[in-house]
Structure formats: C-alpha cells, structure tokens
Design a protein around this ligand. Structure first.
Ligand code: NAP
Length: 275
C-alpha cells in the first residue's frame, strides 16, 4: 500500500483552488475594492459575475481576470438601487453561469454633506445603493443557496457602520443598517450552510478616497497632502488600507476555514476600532 502520510493533492497537481466550482457574484466588481475581491476569488478558482452600472469598466476587469486566472467571468449592467434591474441582472447571470454560491455586496457610494443640507432625496439615494442594493441582491440569490444548503453572503460595510463620523450621517446610517442586516440574517440562516458577514474597512486606497480628498480640498482650502494626513490620522498604522487586503479577507470568509464565522463585522482598519 502506498505511503500517503503527509500527502496533499496540491503537492503533485499544483495548488488546490478552494473555490473551484463555486460561482461568486460581486456588485461593483469592476474597480476599487470590488475588483480586488474579484481577483482574490478568481485566484481561488471561483467563476465570477461582475455587476455594476458601467459595463465597459466591468468588461475590462473581466478580460484581465480571464487572462490572469483562466476563470469564467460574465458581466451584467445594473443599478443596485433599482430592484427590477437587480432582479433582471441576477436572472441573466444565473442563465449564463448557473446559481450563485457567493454573493458579495460591495457596490456603494460615499457622499458627504452636513446633516442640515442632506435632504430626503440625498438620504434616499444613499440608502437605495448602500443598503437596499444588498437586500435586493440577497433576495435574488437566497432561494438557490437554501436549496444547495451552502452559501456565503458578504456585505462590504465600513468603519462608518460601527461608529459615528461627521458630515456622513446618511452613509453612516446606511452602513450601520448593513451591519444590522448582516447580524439578523446570519441568525435567521444559522441552521443552514449559509454564512452572512460584514467586512468593515477603514479608509482604503480607491476612487472613494481620491474623491473625498477632492471634496475636502475644494471645501476647506486645505492642500491635498493636509487632507490626506487628516484621513490617515484615523488609522493607528498611519496608512490607507489596500484593496487586496479586503480581497484576502473575502477569500478566507468564503473558505471552509470560516464555516463557523457568521454575523460578524470584521474590521480592517489598522486598529482604528476595537469593537
Ligand atoms: P469605488 O472605487 O468608488 O467603487 C465603487 C463601486 O461601486 C464601483 O464598482 C461602482 O461601479 C459601484 N457602484 C456605485 N454605485 C452603484 C450603483 N448604483 N449600482 C451598481 N454599482 C454601483 O469605491 P470602493 O472604495 O471600491 O468602495 C467599495 C465599497 O467599499 C463601498 O460599499 C464602500 O462604501 C466601501 N468602503 C470603502 C472604503 C474606502 O475608503 N474606499 C472604506 C470603507 C468601505 P459603477 O460605477 O460601474 O456602477
């Protein structure tokens, strides 16, 4: 009988891809944190569906991922704040790539405004995209996850989902809502093979931070360097979180090593929050 002690398939056949055979849908997967998550899941062998408003940006990311990782990637245009568009986009990706095993609710907007200048339309816009988009997407994929008795739902919230911050009342409230949604759905599904978690990054090196720096410099007259130093002062490590760090966290949350992790809000912020 051959001696198999210490054998693992990866030693002979190359690294085992922990998400081979899984289908991951990522909203806002074309750029920023969403593109880094797509890359991390593709690296683990998942086939992908990328959703967002700008299909050209999605397609550019998709062709890079196909080339780099040899995985199937399809793209679907949708505004996640529009329930009918979300339902249609998830029906399209199911027809093209099969049922969704992993849902990453990443699409988001981070608009700032003093509270008294934040009217109902402003609040509605942020809640539609940053909270209801995740709800619509989860409702679209959950029946199939329940049938399979396996699934991962990961909501990209923010440190703003766990603490207060000035001039972003609507964003903070929507992200707190996402954390509450995560916790409640995790309990509702705890007896199934589906986990639901939130990831809460601090300031991360993407367009959102670049746009915030533009706004701060325009509104306060501070230099870009001063504005950046102020943002960095929130993070005890004194740096911006890098998108690949969020991607790595997702790869772990989607693996079997995280089977017992549900209802959590995982903070990636250099020690900024210790909830
Ligand atoms: P980003 O570079 O601006 O990317 C935002 C993504 O969301 C884009 O792919 C965009 O795609 C998509 N999106 C925006 N509105 C959408 C809509 N109505 N429908 C569909 N897709 C939409 O920002 P990011 O930093 O990667 O942010 C990703 C997530 O991380 C957001 O939820 C954000 O709140 C959260 N976050 C970011 C930071 C940070 O400092 N960067 C910190 C904490 C949390 P299209 O433009 O193609 O639609």
């Amino acid at each position: 009988m051959p001696h198999t002690w210490g054998y693992s398939p990866g030693m002979i056949d190359g690294p085992v891809k922990s998400l081979a055979g899984k289908h991951a849908a990522i909203t806002g997967g074309g750029r920023g944190i969403g593109a880094a998550i797509a890359e991390a899941l593709a690296e683990q062998g998942a086939k992908l569906s990328l959703l967002g408003r700008n299909v050209q940006v999605l397609e550019a990311t998709a062709s890079r991922l196909r080339e780099d990782f040899g995985v199937d990637v399809c793209c679907a245009g949708a505004d996640v704040g529009d329930e009918a568009q979300v339902r249609q986009a998830f029906a399209d990706i199911k027809a093209r790539q099969g049922t969704v095993d992993i849902l990453v609710n990443n699409a988001g907007i981070a608009l700032s405004s003093p509270f008294l200048k934040s009217d109902a339309a402003f609040w509605k816009k942020i809640f539609d995209v940053d909270l209801m988009g995740a709800v619509y997407a989860a409702q679209a994929v959950l029946p199939d996850m329940q049938k399979a008795n396996w699934g991962r739902i990961v909501n990209i919230a923010s440190t703003a989902g766990l603490t207060g911050m000035a001039y972003v009342t609507a964003y903070c409230a929507a992200k707190h809502g996402m954390v509450g949604f995560t916790r409640a759905l995790a309990i509702e599904l705890a007896k199934t093979g589906i986990t639901v978690n939130a990831v809460c990054p601090g300031y991360t090196d993407t367009d959102i931070v670049a746009n915030s720096l533009d706004t701060i410099t325009a509104k306060t007259g501070r230099s870009r360097e001063e504005a950046l130093a102020n943002l960095l002062s929130h993070n005890p490590q004194g740096r911006l979180v890098q998108p690949f760090e969020v991607g790595g966290t997702l790869a772990w949350l989607c693996s079997d090593a995280a089977n017992s992790v549900t209802g959590q809000s995982i903070v990636l912020a250099g020690g900024e929050l210790m909830p």
